[in-house]
Design a protein around this ligand. Sequence first.
Ligand SMILES: [Cu+2]
Length: 283
Amino acid sequence: MKAWGVRLGLAAMVAALGVAGASASEPGYAVPHQIGFQTPVTEVDRYLVWFHNDILMPIITIISLFVLGLLVYVVWRFNEKVNPVPSKTTHNTMIEVLWTVIPVVILVFIAVPSFRLLTMELVVPPADLTMKVTGSQWHWNYAYPKDAGGFNFDSYMKDEKELKPEDLRLLAVDNEAVVPVNKVVKLEVTAADVIHSFIIQSFGIRVDAVPGRNNETWFKAEREGVYYGQCSKICGKDHAYMPIAFRVVSEDAYKAWVADAKKKFAAADGATQLAAADAAPRH
Ligand SMILES: [Cu+2]
């Protein structure tokens, strides 16, 4: 019995390691017990994760430990027993200059990569594909331009009963957006009713979808796969049930998909509106 227990324990450990290993190569969503970011698939997200992990976290850790150290020292050194006659000091020019100058230096040091990241995110390179993304209560609509098919479709979360074994609960959708790998995709993001927010963590993008406004963002995915996000602005009762799913495929697979989608969504265009109206109250 005992040997079995040990063997089961080992098997569980190996399985856990296996899962952890798989999650690194299959990064499009958060996995159980994950701490930190999903694996980046764009240059922008790689920079973003580096900025957070290698610049911000060490600074935050050092400052927290330093402040903790000061507190412990003060509690130990200046308590009533050890230090019965307190000092009446109210000013110390040297220390006041230091605690002003040092934080300024730290902030300037952080500002450099921070502005670099902002520039990477906000300066959109020449786009190979421009898509329009519209948030609605409670689904997304993806529109492809004339030269890329000229169709649009709604993307709804799959209900529990529609899920196939490989589908991720609360993330799988009926119609995924499909984009080519290694191409600059520009997204024009807006909303039809209230404010939503479009985010795909592996791409390092997050942009608010505001009615009457066109916000833009971009990504260039370097690996094929399906990458998920969720609406990130509380937009109503089904806010949690309007996931985002982008499938990144090869150029050939993308062309084949466009050819199919053109027929499927053009034929369904009138019907889509009706189906959307029918589907809206289903959650
Ligand atoms: Cu929303």
